[in-house]
Write a protein that binds this ligand. Structure first.
Ligand code: NAP
Length: 287
């Protein structure tokens, strides 16, 4: 048994004044396991996994409805994030999409609202809608997702410094492309980096492989699982957060406990060697 603490530490969320749990809870495809999913989210909140990530896209609103059931009566305990689809990113549709998300979530505000990925709508239009929603108190902060540095530069030039709370990006042991430019950009500009699909969307390094055995050795040393070692590695920088998704109560507890696991420099180096970041790809990888 692991003797890690189960209370999840928090850290400042980018330029915002909010302290947010380092590990949170994803909700993509949650609707495939509906009743268990609500219990898992509630257990996660009990343990301090209070950063909840959802989107209008997930199950066409079904995931947001499950989140509503999980946070009923405890809205203030969670940092609630949802996302607008690029196909809804015009000013008028963004305002409407936000209202619809709020209604499905059973709340009157989001802690953070993101553009899910960049589409054809002018960025200034979507970000302008986000600013209006913020002024109306419907969202407390806003950010982006799947943005490479050129998009981040453009967003920063539109809203100015200190406004973009986060960039939610694909980041796991076998996909470290953000470390080339996106992570340093976010570190320089006080933008939180939220690692989505931190376990590779179910494609976790196999036990028998070279990298897998490094994870196994470290897991044995700390009496944890390789998944917990992976989360500790991804959250090693003070700007990073991770939002694994699980509907398994034991996995919820494991993810919560992983947030207080600190690996030393040699251990981080061993993982770095086992899962090299590789050359910078032409465009930012996404799922
Ligand atoms: N912004 C974007 O474009 C974007 C894209 C993709 C995802 N996301 C967000 O990121 C969240 C997470 O990513 P994801 O859902 O793609 O997948 P993920 O979190 O990388 O992996 C989920 C898989 O890991 C398993 N798992 C979770 N915790 C575990 C543990 N402690 N031990 C062993 N297995 C564990 C889950 O199975 P069990 O249920 O059996 O535990 C599930 O099969 C999404 O749900 C979504 O909120 C955002």
């Amino acid at each position: 048994m692991s003797n890690l603490q189960s209370q999840v530490p928090t850290r400042r969320f980018g330029c915002s004044d909010r302290q947010v749990s380092v590990i949170g809870q994803g909700t993509w495809m949650l609707e495939d396991s509906a009743p268990t999913a609500v219990a898992a989210l509630q257990r996660g909140i009990d343990l301090g996994l209070t950063h909840i990530d959802t989107a209008e896209m997930y199950g066409q609103g079904a995931a947001e409805r499950l989140v509503a059931a999980a946070i009923k009566g405890r809205r203030e305990q969670v940092f609630l994030v949802s996302k607008v689809l690029p196909s809804n990113a015009s000013r008028r549709n963004t305002l409407k999409a936000c209202e619809d998300s709020l209604q499905r979530l059973g709340t009157d505000y989001l802690d953070c609202y993101l553009l899910h990925w960049r589409g054809r709508t002018k960025l200034a239009e979507t970000l302008g809608a986000f600013e209006s929603l913020q002024q109306q108190g419907k969202i407390r902060s806003f950010g982006v997702s799947n943005f490479d540095v050129d998009d981040l530069d453009e967003a920063l030039s539109i809203v100015g410094p200190g406004k973009l709370a986060c960039n939610q990006v694909l980041y796991h042991l076998q996909e470290r492309a953000i470390e080339h430019n996106v992570l340093p950009w976010c570190q320089r500009n006080e933008v939180a980096v939220v690692a989505y699909s931190p376990f590779g969307h179910g494609n976790f390094p196999s036990r028998g492989g070279k990298g897998g055995s490094v994870l196994e050795q470290l897991a044995a040393k700390y009496a944890v699982t390789p998944y917990q070692i992976a989360l500790a590695f991804l959250c090693r920088h003070p700007e990073t957060f991770a939002i694994p998704k699980t509907v398994n109560l034991a996995h919820v507890a494991a993810n919560a406990a992983a947030a207080s696991l600190q690996l030393d420099a040699d251990e981080l180096d061993a993982i770095d060697l086992a899962f090299p970041r590789g050359a910078k790809p032409r465009s930012l990888p996404t799922i």
